[in-house]
Design a protein around this ligand. Structure first.
Ligand SMILES: [Zn+2]
Ligand SMILES: [Zn+2]
Length: 338
């Protein structure tokens, strides 16, 4: 079967690799579409683990189902998320499901950017959903990313009237914006890209700030005189963390969501955290529960509309083109087919 192998950030090759076999409780899907995630991009640029098949935001058609698979049948179009926690270990009992050993070791095989993908019985039971007739499979590619955002929102305590800052107006920033507005809260979107801020306003942002044009602290003070209640950093680097530490209200929460570069360190004034009772937390990835809720929000109940985040579907042989369009912020997400 065909798979896209990444040798380095400039070298992507479609190669022939062995098609995965399945056992009685597993199934094989044929790729329809796979989305390119920011975390894939970080891995593409990393020097570790090459060559690799990346991609985990997948929609496919069931082409083989083991005799023990009752939930799905051949021909079904399904969306699947890639990691599953055990639900029983010390981490899971603490709600840190994404730190679970099983969570980290489970994955779709061999990856999303290939012709056929094997889903294990755990995937089938916990993180795979059939798309109803008439739904747009491209929209389903946002089920896994939105599930990660829902998990982050679950871990942030908020009350009516809270003001959130969303740092980064990319696809994840927009998904957070939609969740924050759905919860009836106020959102200030911060980005250096004027075009993206304009889009964020169209998506419902109450305020937008471009720190390359206006003084961030002055603008925040006008919107939230005591400071921001919760910051969601979809872009994590020494600048965004430092900024957030400066504009939080006493008792505020900084939520690190985006994967940062290795060894991007900042000096931290501990007294600012101590005297201001600031919390810095992070959330990584999604759980079966948030995947289920995300599926409902996007596909079943259609409460979150992601149609404006879609763009032209590219063939996997044009992988670099999609990657560049995403890096140049011309599209929110690259969508591929084979
Ligand atoms: Zn993702
Ligand atoms: Zn566990």
């Amino acid at each position: 079967m065909k798979a896209l192998l990444c040798y380095n950030e400039k070298d992507f090759r479609i190669e022939e690799i062995e098609k995965p076999g399945i056992s009685d409780d597993e199934m094989l899907i044929e790729l329809l579409y796979c989305g390119l995630c920011g975390s894939d991009i970080v891995r593409i640029f990393s020097t570790k683990g090459k060559p690799s098949v990346y991609g985990h935001e997948v929609v496919g058609k069931v082409v083989e189902a083991g005799s023990g698979v009752k939930k799905f049948k051949k021909g079904d179009i399904v969306v699947a998320a890639h990691h599953i926690p055990c639900g029983k270990c010390h981490y899971c009992k603490h709600g840190s499901h994404t730190m679970c050993e099983m969570f980290k070791s489970t994955n779709i095989y061999p990856g999303g950017f290939c012709q056929y993908i094997k889903l294990s019985s755990d995937h089938i039971k916990n993180t795979t959903y059939k798309l109803p007739e008439g739904s747009n499979p491209l929209e389903a590619l946002f089920v896994e990313p939105l599930a990660c955002c829902i998990r982050a929102m679950d871990r942030i305590p908020y009350i009516e009237g809270d003001v959130f800052s969303i740092v980064g107006a990319g696809a994840i920033g927009i998904l957070f914006l939609k969740l924050i507005k759905l919860a009836g809260l106020k959102a200030v979107v911060i980005d250096m890209d004027t075009e993206r801020l304009k889009m964020a306003r169209e998506f419902g942002a109450d305020h937008t700030i471009n720190p390359s044009e206006d003084d961030l602290l002055t603008e925040i003070k006008k919107i939230a005189p005591i400071g921001i209640d919760s910051a969601v950093l979809t872009v994590t680097n020494k600048f965004t963390v430092k900024d957030a530490l400066s504009y939080m209200r006493p008792g505020g929460q900084i939520n690190i969501f985006g994967m940062g570069l290795d060894a991007d360190l900042i000096p931290v004034d501990f007294n600012r955290i101590y005297k201001g009772e600031l919390t810095i937390r992070s959330t990584y990835s999604a759980t079966p529960d948030t995947v289920a809720r995300s599926y409902d929000l996007i596909i079943k109940d259609r409460k979150i509309d992601v149609s404006a985040l879609l763009s032209e579907v590219l063939h996997l042989s044009d992988f670099k083109k999609g990657l560049d369009l995403m890096l140049d912020r011309k599209i929110y997400k690259a969508f591929y087919k084979l």
